[in-house]
Write a protein that binds this ligand. Structure first.
Ligand SMILES: [Cu+2]
Length: 189
């Protein structure tokens, strides 16, 4: 039931912005935020991670200093390798987006951590996330929830992220139920 609420909220937020419903790159001054997404989560998951690609086309460094969404806690995290142990830590000073460069928020690296999820992330749904930058100000992006890909060879998220043509057409959105998304249906009911 809760998942319907999440979907409805996302739809309203998109409509309010007047943006094309499936446009999936966001602009803020000299910044481009491409393909904001999260993977579906297990029913018991308390947290979810948001990923995106932020490009600074300007001549001044910027800094992602805050992220906000409708969850009890949202933080900008980095992953630190300490020997064999991978640890997540909040980026206290924010995440620098250097002038003329692209910073990836991706699995195993920087991410937006959403904590205290009221319901699992379900494939095909989306929710608003507000990003606050030191120089450019703030922008609301839509995080789209995608199927978690598990493969022994490792899924190359970076490659997917670069290809926006995949995301212009979301006609597959409606047909998710026919494919193999049993989890989606179970959760929705
Ligand atoms: Cu984290």
């Amino acid at each position: 039931m809760k998942t319907y609420v999440l979907a409805a909220m996302a739809t309203m937020a998109t409509a309010a912005l007047g943006a094309p419903v499936w446009a999936h790159d966001f602009e803020l001054g000299d910044l481009t935020i491409a393909h904001p997404m999260a993977f579906e989560t297990a029913i018991t998951a308390q947290t979810g991670a948001g990923y995106m690609i932020i490009t600074n086309n300007g001549e001044t460094d910027d800094r992602l200093i805050e992220a906000r969404a409708d969850f009890p806690r949202v933080e900008i995290h980095q992953i630190i390798r300490d020997g064999d142990i991978m640890q997540m830590r909040p980026l206290e000073a924010g995440l620098v987006i250097p002038a003329g460069e692209t910073v990836m928020l991706e699995p195993g690296g920087y991410h937006v951590m959403m904590m205290g999820l009221p319901a699992p992330f379900v494939v095909g749904e989306e929710f608003p996330l507000t990003l606050v930058f030191e120089q450019s100000g703030e922008v609301e992006v839509m995080i789209k929830i995608e199927e978690r890909v598990v493969s022994a060879s490792g899924h190359d998220d970076g490659a997917d992220h670069g290809d926006h043509s995949d995301h212009g057409d979301h006609s597959d959105h409606e047909s998710h139920g026919d494919v193999d998304h049993e989890t989606t249906e179970e959760v929705s009911e």
